[in-house]
Design a protein around this ligand. Structure first.
Ligand SMILES: Nc1ncnc2c1ncn2[C@@H]1O[C@H](COP(=O)(O)OP(=O)(O)OP(=O)(O)O)[C@@H](O)[C@H]1O
Length: 307
């Protein structure tokens, strides 16, 4: 990695220095206490390396030396070739995986165990088939001790916000894929997490439904800005939604190789935004870096001349 990637160059040394300074814990604070400035970073990966295997199995290094910070209220998308370690990084931010080296900080404090500040939206939503949409949305609050009636009132309000008020009494199998996704989104957001982790949340949906879901996500996010870490393999989706797009190299030992600020104005209409010349210029720049990594992930499929 001799040449600095264009995204990193563009961030500028001043900003990089300011960011590095934010990570420092002032002298005098007890170890592990959040620094006031570092606390503005909702998530900080500091030299995070993640390995799988061990005890009899060969070690597999999935991610190496990842440095990445997500500020409060910031929307960051991670894009990279298949199998590079995007979900692995997200799982480390959720506290589901412990780094072999480096650490994850949440609002300045080292993460130990599950990240209780985060809501997690997976590609396969985890709705309970025996519960209605309303019950599925309310369940998190009920488990956390909110009285049933208050939880259901708030769940009804969330179903309205995701456009599903008339579907409150339907079971998951009676909903379309896009409707189930909206229930799952309400299920996560009703708990008002300070951080939202999303792993290809719109992956299984058709192209039009993905656009509608993207617009809905942005509308909800703008009402109440959370720190969002959003994993996708879809570069257009990442640019449409995010404040920054972070690029990972092909694995194993994947690294963060690019970090592109997305200055497109908000609010955004994500079906229209792709037509803008600024969008297309960003896409061209980022794809220039991403393309070679994507090809590395398919060594047997890259075009060869026939003998
Ligand atoms: N529990 C595990 N044990 C061993 N290897 C794992 C485990 N989980 C993930 N890996 C490996 O780590 C690497 C990164 O996987 P990960 O799921 O994070 O990739 P990804 O970028 O999210 O992929 P995709 O875009 O295809 O979903 C892959 O090579 C994967 O096989």
């Amino acid at each position: 990695m001799g040449r600095r990637p264009p995204g990193l160059r563009r961030r500028g040394l001043k900003r990089a220095a300011a960011e590095a300074a934010q990570g420092g814990v002032p002298q005098g604070l007890p170890p592990g206490a959040p620094s006031p400035r570092a606390a503005h970073r909702a998530i900080a990966f500091e030299g995070v390396t993640i390995e799988f295997g061990g005890t009899g199995q060969a070690l597999f290094r999935a991610v190496e030396g990842a440095d990445l910070a997500v500020a409060e209220g910031e929307f960051v998308a991670i894009v990279g070739p298949t199998g590079c370690g995007k979900s692995t990084l997200l799982n480390a931010a959720a506290g589901l995986l412990t780094p072999a080296a480096g650490q994850v900080r949440i609002f300045g404090a080292p993460l130990a165990g599950l990240n209780r500040d985060a809501g997690y939206l997976f590609q396969l939503e985890a709705l309970m088939p025996w519960k209605t949409a309303l019950e599925n949305v309310a369940i998190g609050l009920e488990i956390a001790g909110t009285p049933k009636r208050a939880a259901r009132d708030r769940a009804r309000d969330w179903l309205r916000r995701v456009g599903l008020a008339p579907f409150a009494d339907r079971y998951p199998h009676m909903l379309s894929g896009g409707q189930r996704k909206r229930v799952a989104m309400a299920q996560v957001l009703i708990r008002d997490p300070r951080i939202v982790l999303m792993d290809e949340p719109f992956g299984p949906l058709d192209a039009q439904t993905r656009l509608i879901m993207g617009d809905l996500l942005l509308r909800l996010w703008q009402e109440n800005r959370k720190a969002v870490l959003f994993v996708t393999h879809d570069l257009e989706e990442a640019i449409s939604l995010a404040d920054r797009v972070v690029i990972m190299s092909a694995g194993p030992a994947a690294r963060i190789i690019g970090d592109f600020p997305i200055g497109l104005a908000r609010p955004r209409d994500i079906s229209e935004i792709k037509l803008m010349p600024e969008f297309q210029a960003l896409h061209r720049d980022i794809w220039h870096l991403l393309k070679s990594e994507v090809l590395k992930a398919y060594p047997d499929l890259t075009m060869r001349e026939t003998p």
